[in-house]
Design a protein around this ligand. Structure first.
Ligand SMILES: Nc1ncnc2c1ncn2[C@@H]1O[C@H](COP(=O)(O)OP(=O)(O)OP(=O)(O)O)[C@@H](O)[C@H]1O
Ligand SMILES: Cc1ncc(COP(=O)(O)O)c(N)n1
Length: 274
């Protein structure tokens, strides 16, 4: 049987809950062989980001070339890209692979408030990377930066999704984790045929939400790599992240990581019952 392969282009999180580490763990859980291009190393744990060390540009270019020259990638995702120079370099490289589905997670600010992307890079993000994206997955503050106005309601989320789609991303998923809805964690997906879908789950009372965005987009990438539709991939991603948040791991002393095993364990338990 063919082994499905995917790549994440992002930052390393030494704490293991977000970034490259979250992506690879999620790929593994979805039975997808994970490869990586590390753009920056962060000295990070559940309490915060203590340092950011971008990889020299040549190192990033060589990783891109090494991975793309050898692996049969079913899908690719981007995460923390540091600044406009990396954004442009990655976009110029990915332009050569228009047939590989691309998930862009426009990572800007870590949960603890540390900036993971230079503010000026948003312009390049919109001009270079967004038009290449099969799917873009902003959280609410990132979506506000993209559309340059506030998003206060569900109606605003729908309008913003259309505005972002006009920037060139075929499909848009606006995540509602930062929203005011205290009962539900509700995301909005606008697909390339103009259809909108609400994906809602219970909102859990937990501080273990470090890396939720990375994990969600990595699961979506893994499913796209298997040939699933964007809607199917996002539905699986939502179920994966719901289980990962619900079944929290008591790890670290701050904003802890999600549980990457939870969804697979639930699936295997269901298989055994049937
Ligand atoms: N407390 C919560 N309970 C349940 N689901 C949540 C909770 N917080 C976030 N989610 C869900 O997790 C997913 C990620 O959403 P969020 O808006 O937090 O992304 P993010 O800010 O990019 O994540 P991060 O920055 O932590 O990587 C979405 O499906 C969202 O609805
Ligand atoms: C390397 C890296 N990439 C992404 C995030 C965002 O995750 P979060 O918002 O949960 O801190 C992070 N903290 N570190």
């Amino acid at each position: 049987m063919r082994t499905v392969q995917a790549c994440t282009i992002a930052g390393s999180d030494s704490g293991g809950g977000a970034g490259i580490q979250a992506d690879i763990k999620t790929f593994q859980e979805r039975e997808v062989f994970g490869t990586s291009v590390i753009v920056a190393i962060t000295a990070q744990n559940t309490k915060g980001v203590n340092g950011i060390y971008p990889i020299p540009m040549q190192g990033v270019q060589e990783q891109l070339e090494a991975v793309f020259a050898d692996f049969d990638l079913g899908a690719v995702k981007t995460g923390m890209l540091v600044d406009e120079t990396y954004m442009i370099a990655v976009a110029n490289f990915l332009k050569k692979y228009p047939l590989i589905p691309l998930v862009v997670d426009p990572v800007m600010i870590a949960k603890g408030g540390a900036s993971l992307m230079a503010a000026e890079a948003m312009k390049e993000m919109k001009e270079t990377l967004v038009p290449l994206a099969t799917l873009i997955t902003p959280n609410l503050p990132e979506a506000e930066e993209l559309v340059e106005h506030t998003i206060m309601s569900e109606d605003d989320m729908v309008v913003a999704a259309y505005e972002i789609q006009k920037m060139g991303s075929c499909n848009v998923l606006i995540k509602g984790g930062h929203g005011a809805n205290q009962r539900e964690a509700k995301d909005y997906l606008l697909t390339d045929d103009g259809t909108g879908y609400w994906l809602a789950g219970p909102r859990y009372e937990t501080k273990h939400t470090h890396g939720t965005g990375c994990t969600y987009s990595a699961c979506i990438t893994a499913e796209l790599a298997k040939g699933k539709s964007v809607l199917e991939a996002v539905r699986t991603g939502k179920a994966f992240i719901d289980a990962a948040i619900k079944d929290e791991l008591k790890i670290g002393h701050g904003q802890g990581p999600t549980n990457h095993w939870a969804f697979g364990r639930k699936e295997r338990a269901n298989d055994e019952k049937n």
